[in-house]
Unconditional design. Structure first.
Length: 477
């Protein structure tokens, strides 16, 4: 597009694309005081990009590169699997340059992110998260299928060299200039690894002694996990993307979902900067780094997006409590578990175990319900696929004795209702009026199964059984 001479001498940007980058750097003064951090801890505020995240940078770079290479014809279609932010960046570029967008997301993504993409005029396809990458229902597989069916261009942020190149060209130089070349540490979450690697390439080229730290969700492959499900969005992976360059990184720090989410809430409350779960993860890692650094060091943490995309989750008190991240009261479900004798570990069966094995496990431990979980502990909540109930199994076997040799997944029922370890006992009582048992979550992970008997035992020990807690008329009483 030709320059408009009417804009000469003004500060009016020609388009929203010209507003991408040049984001501010701010010191986290109050957090540093609370955490007693000796070094300078500063945050790169990617929230000021037009789409509210760092993904605007590679989105623009990838589309410009595709146009140059003849991969995206005028009026063409863009298909991309995304946790939301890359989709927003691509949607903004597409709106300016006349492209159609179809985005594929997993069902762990906050619903407001789906609505946000749709608000930009994009089409969204949601896929289950608890499947293998090569499963036809995985968001990678669905994106590949749609790309072929629609004869679309797929930017493929995980393998596109324009992704890290955007940060070599913009983010790295900005940080070098903003710190007067005195930056000593750079901390960023690892996802596609575009921002982490691209920024690292530039900073290391200017000063090889700048330390690069990758923050990673517990369970992700970057910090030695298997890639099993975790709740923090937009970071971590179950494979190594093309931009993963471990030789550039001086350290990888694994951060739990719980620490990520609670840190995000603390930063928002203490600093007045609303950040998301992945930002909380990066800050949690940066706090560790900054505490070890010296008084003359400058530690920069990369905040990829705003907490506004996580209001229904990270900043929703009920959601946080239900997953066992926060406590709502003193007399909570955790107190019931504290008074329960034995069975410190979660009892479960795998989907491919036989019904006979499940019955033996229930009989040996005197329980009537078992969650069905994939893999081995510690589990993520998403890895629970159902439950085995003693009564339902008995009825199935009575109708067909062959059920005994079947795999559990063939006869299991729906998942047990979940309750957070810090939620009120009264809530558990209400839920147990219609459910035979509850799955207790702590830190987003299954901790134990509790039943009506457990609640009654707790009340008996506490000698404060409410008269109407479990009336004779209540189901299962």
């Amino acid at each position: 597009m030709a320059a408009d001479p009417r804009l000469d001498g003004t500060s009016i940007a020609p388009s929203v694309l010209d507003l991408i980058g040049n984001t501010p750097l701010v010191r986290l003064t109050r957090l540093s005081e609370v955490e007693q951090i000796p070094s300078v801890l500063a945050m790169k505020m990617e929230t000021t990009n037009p789409g509210g995240s760092s993904k605007d940078r590679p989105a623009l770079e990838m589309i410009l590169a595709a146009e140059r290479d003849g991969l995206l014809p005028p009026g063409g279609t863009i298909v991309e699997p995304t946790s939301g932010n890359t989709g927003v960046g691509l949607a903004i570029v597409a709106a300016q340059r006349g492209y159609r967008c179809v985005f594929v997301m997993t069902d762990k993504v906050a619903p407001e992110k789906v609505s946000l993409l749709q608000a930009y005029g994009a089409e969204v396809v949601v896929c289950p998260v608890a499947v293998e990458p090569d499963d036809p229902q995985s968001y990678y597989s669905v994106a590949a299928r749609l790309t072929e069916e629609l004869a679309a261009f797929r930017p493929n942020q995980y393998a596109n060299p324009a992704n890290p190149a955007a940060h070599v060209r913009t983010t790295g130089p900005e940080l070098w200039e903003q710190t007067a070349g005195r930056i000593t540490h750079f901390v960023a979450g690892a996802g596609t690894c575009g921002s982490l690697t691209g920024t690292a390439r530039y900073l290391k080229s200017r000063n090889p002694d700048v330390r690069i730290i990758a923050a990673d969700p517990e369970g992700s492959v970057f910090s030695g996990g298997s890639g099993r499900p975790y709740l923090v969005e937009g970071v971590g992976e179950d494979f190594f993307p093309a931009a993963w360059e471990p030789d550039l990184y001086d350290e990888v720090i694994a951060i739990s979902d719980e620490e990520s989410f609670l840190t995000a809430r603390r930063v928002s409350e203490i600093e007045g900067i609303l950040i998301g779960g992945s930002g909380g993860m990066a800050v949690a890692a940066a706090i560790q780094v900054a505490k070890r650094a010296g008084p003359d060091d400058i530690v920069v943490v990369f905040n990829p997006d705003s907490g506004r995309g996580y209001l229904s989750r990270v900043f929703n008190d009920e959601w946080m409590a239900n997953y066992g991240f926060t406590r709502e009261c003193e007399r909570c479900v955790g107190a019931v578990l504290d008074t329960r004798a034995g069975m410190a570990e979660l009892l479960y069966v795998n989907p491919d175990q036989t019904v006979r094995e499940a019955i033996a496990l229930m009989r040996a431990n005197g329980v009537s319900q078992l969650p069905v979980c994939k893999n081995t502990p510690p589990f993520a909540a998403a890895e629970v696929s159902g439950a085995i109930d003693e009564l339902e199994v008995m009825e199935a076997i009575a109708g067909d004795p062959g059920v005994m040799t079947m795999a559990v997944e063939k006869v299991m029922g729906p998942k047990l209702p979940t309750i957070g370890v810090g939620q009120p006992i009264e809530r558990a009582v209400q839920m147990l009026e219609v459910a035979p048992a509850l799955l207790v979550l702590s830190g987003g992970r299954p901790l134990a199964v509790i039943t009506r008997t457990d609640i009654l035992t707790y009340f008996e020990a506490a000698a404060d059984l409410p008269a109407d807690a479990l009336s004779p008329e209540a189901p299962g009483a």
